[in-house]
Design a protein around this ligand. Structure first.
Ligand code: ADP
Ligand code: MG
Length: 304
């Protein structure tokens, strides 16, 4: 069976305007997880996910009182892997049960560390928006496309530390949930790993995981069905098939902003250039249609 990585966006859990209650998150996960359950008969599947809203909320929660000991960002990222992993697992369990394949199919959330470079320039230039969006200026916050948000460093993923374990689980027919929130960022110090305060981009981490476990297909599932040129303008144009060479050219022309579509396009390019067979960007509702070539933007490798 081919190995498929499905990267779920933060909006797979919290849609715009929602407060992110557990009921809302489970409700939003239903559509992608139902499709994943159905696909698990045909593919080995690894689910990865973002954590921007959730990790920002944890940061605010612990700042709400001086009575609680404040945890560094890497520990909060680890917490979101457990929190969101739990929500995905329980939804998956129900959907597999509906299909009657719950007895043949196992799943497991893997606490995942991702190695980064201590000298990555992202540590000096925080760019990753997390937590709630404010309409008015907040101290220490930065103005983003959506409004005022906290931004944190987002270094590039160098290596998924648990890739061997994840590979073993895939071979054993497990649906694996891993690299949550882009992974817990660590740097290697001699024989041990040291956590660092950052949030890694989940799309780039998913591409790196794909390279390390030799995945065949990467699907990035977000809240738009296709990638567009001139996105948000009246002369926008949806893309069905894009070569990596054209993707790089469009990137240079500024069609894919850094905080949103940019890392997805970069992830797709990285995945295909490191040996991946197929890469697709589509909406969380159209995962199956996209695999049947009936939806999404499909990318292919080109000499350049
Ligand atoms: P996720 O939580 O899935 O990572 P993001 O908000 O980071 O989602 O990225 C998806 C968003 O990218 C879309 O909602 C859309 O508003 C925005 N976007 C920016 N440029 C483009 C583009 N060229 N084509 C399609 N969507 C784009
Ligand atoms: Mg994103």
């Amino acid at each position: 069976m081919k190995t498929l990585i499905v990267a779920l966006g933060g909006n797979a859990l919290i849609k715009s305007g929602e407060r992110g209650t557990p009921e809302q998150m489970i409700n939003n996960l239903r559509a992608p997880i139902k499709q994943i359950a159905e696909l698990s008969n045909e593919y080995n599947i690894v689910i990865t996910h973002g954590n921007g809203p959730q990790v920002g909320a944890l940061l605010l929660q612990q700042e709400a009182s001086d009575e609680i000991t404040k945890m560094p960002l890497q520990i909060l990222v680890a917490e979101t892997q457990g929190q969101i992993g739990f929500l995905i697992e329980s939804t998956l369990d129900e959907e597999l049960m509906h299909l009657g394949i719950d007895l043949d199919k196992y799943f497991l959330t893997v606490l995942t560390y991702v190695e980064v470079d201590r000298n990555d320039r992202a540590f000096k230039h925080p760019t990753k928006p997390i937590g709630p969006v404010y309409k008015r200026k907040q101290p220490g916050y930065v103005k983003t496309a959506k409004g005022w948000r906290r931004v944190v460093p987002s270094p590039k993923p160098i290596r998924i530390v648990q890739s061997r374990e994840i590979k073993k689980l895939i071979q054993e027919n497990f649906i694996v949930i891993s690299c949550g929130g882009g992974g817990v960022p660590v740097i290697q110090e001699g024989n041990r790993f040291q956590g660092v305060e950052a949030v890694i981009d989940k799309d780039l981490a998913s591409a790196k995981l794909g390279e390390q476990v030799n995945a065949d297909i990467l699907i990035i599932a977000t809240d738009v069905e296709k990638v567009a040129l001139n996105y948000g303008r009246i002369d926008y144009k949806y893309l069905d098939r894009v070569s990596t060479a054209d993707a790089k050219e469009y990137m240079k022309q500024g069609h894919f902003p850094p905080g949103s579509m940019g890392p997805k396009i970069q992830a797709v390019i990285n995945f295909l250039e490191s040996g991946g067979e197929q890469a697709i960007i589509t909406s969380i509702e159209k995962i199956k249609d996209a695999l049947d070539e009936k939806a999404g933007t499909h990318f292919y490798i080109s000499e350049s």
